[in-house]
Write a protein that binds this ligand. Structure first.
Ligand SMILES: [Zn+2]
Length: 71
């Protein structure tokens, strides 16, 4: 019975040690999410959503095309 107590303590200590290590060095293996592509509502150009101008749930590749469609 005494060994069981020590075993539990060791398992808990190991689990704690693992959790400490995980907080110290965050995983770098997480891959970046695939870039979402959108289409310009004016000229049909494909571009990353982060670079697109969004107006009324429509995407534009540049301010010119946005202006020509929105007014
Ligand atoms: Zn465009």
């Amino acid at each position: 019975m005494k060994y069981l107590v020590w075993l539990i303590i060791l398992v808990l200590a190991y689990a704690w040690w693992r959790s400490q290590r995980r907080t110290q060095c965050p995983p770098t293996a997480t891959q970046p999410a695939p870039q979402a592509m959108v289409v310009c509502a004016h000229c049909g150009l494909h571009l990353p959503r982060t670079e697109a101008l969004t107006v009324r749930q429509r995407y534009y590749c540049c301010a010119d095309h946005q202006r020509q469609n929105v007014g």
